[in-house]
Design a protein around this ligand. Structure first.
Ligand code: ADP
Length: 619
């Protein structure tokens, strides 16, 4: 329980921090980045699920450098009269004339005598669906209308272009269209309403928003060159199909690179001459006709998404492995982009991507160093602990061997003195003899114990040197049995040896004898009186097998995996009076493995145990 409390505290702290970071990041002004991300979506959108060019009611007619060549200069008023005659003969719905206006409010690029000018003015006024448009706006309180000077006296209608120069991403790209300013409806909306009457009610205009006294929408761009385009001379020379203009909106403009006002930068290209003003107007009108402008989601939705990405990034950075974390963050970046793209292209919904992106990068770069510091501290603590532990281990080993060494001398003295009393001719009473026997056995046990510990200590500190000789294993076994016969007799245990003749093999005889000793001693120690211990030896394939089988207390199943660990004793052994250090089997295994052999046990509780030593035969 206590372990959990700080964890919950940390989780809460991180959460608070992530939310605060999300809030802060959301207030960063990074519209420039969002501008880029918007454009990418707009481009994909332009090439996906769009109407066929033939289904658009808009046709462009442009004056190009070729026109200038053909007319040896700009077409004159009389050429325009001829042009308009031909155009109107095809019954278009609207003709929108967008032309450069000079400082004195005349056409900058159409010339002729005052007589011709007057004629032109009279002529155009007789065409009811001809609109002369200007990018200028009539402001509230203006007394006069927008119009060209006498003798033209032509009324102009506003058809503004709004580039992102002072707001949003400030990169000069035209992304929006203004369809209403103060109380005037702009030409684009007036024309579009003829094809889609529902937009006469501004409430029906999708994606509409209010900005600086105007109502605007984002343009749903078509790819550049989408709209059918003819040149001025094509019309004059009657090179266009007969009914090409019937029922259409003709937008007439110039593509002569004379002024930047004739061009706009678009999401497709940020060059200032990326698209002609006429083509832009076509896109604006088409957006209103289709009424499919992208809709910006409310700010609070963007804020929530930014906070969620902050939380995710903080969690991933602090809690997962670096590789997994990076993978998840990359997947999140990709997933968020895909989500935003699909929403935009298929549902016309525009989510802010820039802030969630920034949240991922900032939170990642902020929390990675924090994590590194934390992990460094952890590994430093671990290192210190480890160092301390190994120092303690070393101290323990030194202490044990020092102690044991100093204990050996007094014990030798006790044993010596006991022998002296045994050999003394003085008759001992049965009671005294019994006491003397106990002293001798106890000091024998103690000596064995100390020897085992000393041996363990020296193995731990300096390892063991093997002194190998070619030996008959059966002889070694017999030797060990002889030494333990007395112990077996005391418990009336029968030791049966079934030793098959074997080839001599090279072993360290002292160590091997100790292995057998430990196993036989255990077999006798952990067996009841009057039971039998079997010792079998045989050759099998390339190995020598030596088995010690008893009918003793056995080893519980759950203890079997631990039986060869140092200082381990089974629970049932510890509860008896049988003494032991828990080192015998550890040393036996150690010595057998030094000989590249192995030692295994097979035992069940109360039925007895069988220890098997397997040694490789000399080749
Ligand atoms: P110990 O000095 O305690 O005998 P060992 O390393 O020789 O230490 O043995 C470890 C433990 O394995 C013993 O304490 C005992 O619980 C168990 N054990 C070893 N040999 C036998 C056996 N033949 N029968 C039953 N238990 C045994």
């Amino acid at each position: 329980m206590d372990n959990k409390k700080p964890a919950i505290k940390y989780v809460a702290l991180r959460l608070i921090f992530a939310i605060a970071a999300g809030f802060a990041i959301f207030n960063f002004k990074i519209d420039y980045l969002e501008g880029y991300l918007f454009d990418l979506r707009a481009i994909v959108n332009a090439y996906t699920n769009q109407i066929e060019p033939a289904d658009s009611p808009i046709v462009l007619v442009q004056i190009t450098p070729k026109t200038i060549e053909r007319f040896q200069g700009d077409p004159k008023f009389k050429d325009h009269i001829k042009f308009l005659n031909l155009v109107t003969s095809q019954n278009p719905k609207f003709i929108i004339y967008e032309f450069r206006i000079s400082d004195d409010d005349r056409f900058a690029d159409i010339t002729g005598t005052p007589q011709e000018e007057k004629e032109f003015s009279n002529f155009v006024k007789s065409i009811p669906n001809l609109i002369f448009s200007t990018q200028n706006l009539k402001m509230k309180g203006d007394i006069t209308d927008l119009s060209l000077r006498s003798p033209l006296d032509i009324k102009l209608s506003s058809m503004p272009i709004s580039a992102d120069n002072k707001s949003f991403s400030k990169d000069g790209v035209t992304r929006r269209l203004m369809y209403q300013y103060q109380d005037q409806t702009m030409t684009q909306a007036l024309v579009a309403a003829h094809f889609n009457p529902s937009i006469q009610n501004p409430d029906n205009i999708r994606g509409s928003f209010y900005y600086l006294e105007s109502y605007q929408v984002y343009i749903n761009y078509k790819p550049k060159g989408f709209f059918k385009t003819y040149s001025f001379e094509d019309v004059i020379d009657q090179k266009i199909p007969k009914e090409a203009l019937e029922g259409k909106v003709i937008i007439f403009g110039t593509d002569l690179e004379r002024t930047s006002k004739d061009y706009v930068a678009t999401p497709f290209s940020r060059q200032i001459n990326a698209m002609t003003a006429a083509e832009l107007q076509a896109n604006q009108i088409q957006t209103l006709i289709d009424n499919n402008a992208p809709v910006k989601v409310p700010k609070y939705v963007d804020l929530i998404l930014t906070i969620l990405t902050s939380i995710l990034t903080v969690y991933v950075t602090l809690s997962l492995t670096p590789a997994k974390g990076l993978m998840i963050l990359a997947a999140t970046l990709f997933g968020a982009s895909l989500f935003a793209l699909i929403s935009f292209v298929f549902f016309g919904i525009w989510f802010d991507l820039a802030h969630p992106f920034l949240a991922i990068f900032l939170c990642y770069y902020f929390f990675i160093p924090y994590r590194l510091i934390r992990e460094n501290r952890k590994s430093w603590e671990y290192y210190q602990k480890h160092k301390l532990l190994s120092e303690v281990e070393q101290l323990k080993t030194n202490f044990i061997s020092m102690m044991s060494h100093d204990l050996k001398t007094p014990i030798a003295r006790i044993t010596g003195m006991t022998e002296v009393i045994y050999k003394d001719p003085v008759q001992l009473s049965p009671h005294q003899r019994e006491a003397l026997d106990t002293i001798r056995h106890s000091s024998d046990d103690l000596l064995k114990f100390i020897n085992a510990i000393l041996q363990y200590g020296s193995i731990e500190s300096q390892g063991v040197q093997l002194h190998k000789q070619s030996k008959d294993i059966n002889a070694l076994v017999a030797d060990v049995v002889k030494k333990h016969q007395f112990l077996a007799n005391v418990k009336k245990i029968k030791i049966i040896q079934e030793l098959e003749p074997m080839f001599p093999t090279s072993v360290d005889p002292e160590l091997m004898k100790q292995v057998f000793s430990n196993l036989l001693e255990n077999a006798i120690k952990y067996s009841p009186e009057e039971s039998t211990v079997h010792i079998r030896t045989r050759e099998e394939n390339d190995s020598l097998i030596i088995e010690f089988q008893d009918q003793g207390m056995g080893i519980p199943q759950e203890d079997l995996p631990n039986i060869f660990m140092k200082f381990f004793r089974t629970h049932n052994a510890k509860t008896t009076t049988i003494k032991g250090s828990g080192l015998g089997l550890y040393l036996a295994q150690y010595f057998v493995e030094l000989h590249k052999g192995k030692i295994t046990v097979d035992s069940s509780q109360d039925k007895g145990s069988k220890f098997t030593v397997e040694l490789p035969l000399d080749k």
